[in-house]
Design a protein around this ligand. Structure first.
Ligand code: 5RP
Length: 228
């Protein structure tokens, strides 16, 4: 199972988005944080910017919708060119129907859990998803400290994925940096979102390579990866 590094454009210069996308060439996906100032106390960007960025960027877009009413909006992000769309379990009225609609429109369907939301109630939904995102900060802002208390949830989620024999990607987002990525990889994550740890560096592409190397080192010998 390959490690994936997804730089979050929340920490990029929004006036130079196309250039910032090119600055992380070699990354697997560009993580796009969509915030509506209702689901989270911050406001970022919407469908028109995703549509433009999807045409300008050579890296596919992984859109993380931190918004109310994703049942209405998520399909529009697929139409705007996102290759993967993540909605929040806490916000979706009909998560199974929504995941099926995202897939039917041709994108990968993903669901996110805030730190206080357990994975267990969603075990039966996992086959409907291509990726599960575990937030390792409270969503809303970049540059927050990684929440170590999320590591057991990452472990339990990896166990559920193995138990059901699923090809589900397990993404972590928030405070992921060279100092924390190894703990996430050891616990079972294989897709890593990093904002300030990439765009906060002088050479963002080198930061992506450094993060990847650390995660790959751990994944090569991690019990969960060997058992897979
Ligand atoms: O979803 C997010 C915030 O809600 C961001 O993707 C995340 O916080 C990335 O920033 P950083 O790596 O600096 O923590």
């Amino acid at each position: 199972m390959a490690v994936q590094i997804n730089p979050s454009i929340l920490s990029a210069d929004f006036a130079r988005l196309a250039d910032e996308a090119e600055a992380v060439r070699g990354a697997d996906w560009l993580h796009v944080d969509v915030m509506d100032n209702h689901f989270v106390p911050n406001l970022t960007l919407g469908v028109p910017i995703v549509e433009s960025l999807s045409k300008a960027a050579s890296t596919p877009l992984d859109c993380h919708l931190m918004i109310e009413d994703p049942d209405r909006w998520a399909p529009q992000y697929v139409e705007a060119g996102a290759g993967s769309v993540t909605f929040h379990a806490e916000a979706a009225a009909a998560p199974v129907r929504l995941a099926r609609e995202i897939r039917a429109k041709g994108a990968r369907a993903s669901m996110a859990l805030k730190p206080a939301t357990p994975i267990e109630p969603y075990e039966d939904l996992l086959p409907e998803l291509d990726m599960l995102l575990i937030m390792t900060v409270e969503p809303g802002f970049g540059g927050q400290a990684f929440l170590d208390i999320m590591l057991p949830k990452i472990r339990r989620t990896r166990e559920l994925i193995s138990k059901h024999g699923l090809e589900l990607w397990l993404q972590v987002d928030g405070g992921v940096a060279e100092s924390t990525i190894e703990r996430c990889a050891e616990a079972g994550a294989d897709v890593f979102v990093a904002g300030s740890a990439v765009y906060g560096k002088d050479d963002p592409a080198a930061a992506v390579r450094a993060l990847r190397a650390r995660a790959e080192d751990v994944t090569a010998s991690a019990a969960w990866a060997c058992a897979h």
